[in-house]
Design a binder for this molecule. Structure first.
Ligand code: CU
Length: 359
């Protein structure tokens, strides 16, 4: 048996080597279910969790653009074939709150993080949040999600009608992972998550048939624009949450899009440069398939590369501009290692950023 001092030692080690973050717990009403402890197999939470194991800090800590076309990475961060042991019961039409926990203490106790005191807040403030769902065609605890078809039920990019709090803007300036846009309106979904105590709310479609499903809840951090460095570009953090939907309606999910076809490895999303984009861009450019309206199963599945179907002219034009600017900036760009998490956790300091600093 483990003695208490040994357990304590293990936990301390975990907090030092941990990567970018994972699900702390999910809740719905008064029900709560803890996320897995991927660093210690002996944790009792692991036999009760409905959330599949996410990447550890060592090795890949998230999915990069070179993994976008790979179902095994994109479905559930390597857990496509490794189900969680439980499902979380939720009634159709109800909400699930997902609480993220940062693996490093960079934002612990910092202002603008929603007074989260019990554990580390999520550490990035620029990026999209996507929610997809797939049927488990039966029991989620034995379901191989590798080739699952995913249906998007929600997404959020940047809200130009809202502004990041001054507190979080200042906090991110010191991280250093300065927030863009550097002034004025433009609230990234990920900043909203951090401000809300690292919480994101997902509503299960009311019309959805009862049964077991996986919710593929994805954070896409865009603070490190793509360069020639293969570890740069958007970082996808994918939590697969197994739910048992009760009191459902009559509607089955559409076929959905396989995870490898959600975003193109060479597409506008992979090349997004958060330092160069205009406010008008953000109103339209949310990557991935359209949101299912949940009133019928007839949404036609995308043939392939769903991102291309959604991206409109504005998206592509902006992409070109962003690329040109990125090239011009490249030589003045410096990369800063901003956490103890190793090679994977880097933050770029583009020329725009530096100019703003000097001004
Ligand atoms: Cu990170």
């Amino acid at each position: 048996m483990y003695s208490i001092p040994l357990v304590t030692a293990v936990l301390v080690t975990v907090s030092l080597v941990a990567g970018h973050g994972q699900v702390n717990r999910i809740t719905s009403g008064s029900a709560s279910n803890a996320g897995p402890n991927q660093y210690w197999a002996g944790d009792s939470a692991n036999s009760k969790t409905a959330t599949r194991v996410m990447y550890k800090a060592s090795g890949p800590a998230y999915v990069l653009f070179d993994g976008f076309a790979d179902n095994s990475q994109m479905s559930c961060e390597g857990s496509a074939k490794s189900p969680a042991p439980k499902t979380f019961t939720v009634a159709a039409g109800n909400e699930i709150d997902v609480y993220w926990e940062g693996a490093t203490s960079e934002l612990k106790g910092k202002s603008g993080t929603g007074s989260l005191a019990a554990y580390n807040p999520w550490v990035h403030a620029m990026g999209f949040v996507f929610d997809y769902i797939s049927s488990c065609h039966g029991d989620c605890t034995t379901f191989d999600a590798t080739n699952a078809g995913w249906t998007k039920i929600a997404h959020a990019g940047i809200d130009t009608g809202q502004t990041i709090s001054n507190a979080l803007r200042e906090t991110m300036k010191n991280k250093p992972e300065e927030y863009f846009p550097t002034s004025g309106p433009g609230l990234w979904a990920m900043a909203k998550l951090v401000q809300n105590g690292s919480k994101w709310t997902i509503r299960v479609p009311k019309t959805l048939k009862s049964g077991q499903y996986i919710i593929r809840h994805e954070l896409a951090a865009v603070h490190n624009p793509k360069t020639s460095d293969p570890s740069s570009g958007p970082q996808l953090y994918i939590a697969c949450i197994q739910v048992d939907v009760t009191n459902g309606g009559d509607t089955s999910l559409p076929t959905g899009t396989q995870a490898k076809d959600l975003y193109r490895p060479d597409g506008a999303f992979a090349n997004i440069d958060v330092t160069s984009l205009t406010a008008s861009f953000f109103n339209v450019a949310i990557p991935g398939p359209a949101i299912w309206d949940s009133s019928s199963s007839l949404l036609s599945p995308r043939d392939s590369n769903a991102e291309a179907s959604v991206a409109n002219t504005s998206f592509n034009t902006t992409e070109k501009t962003a690329r040109t600017k990125t090239k011009a900036c490249k030589e003045r760009r410096s990369t800063i290692k901003h956490a103890a998490a190793g090679r994977a956790h880097r933050s770029s300091l583009p020329c725009v950023h530096r100019k703003n600093r000097l001004a």
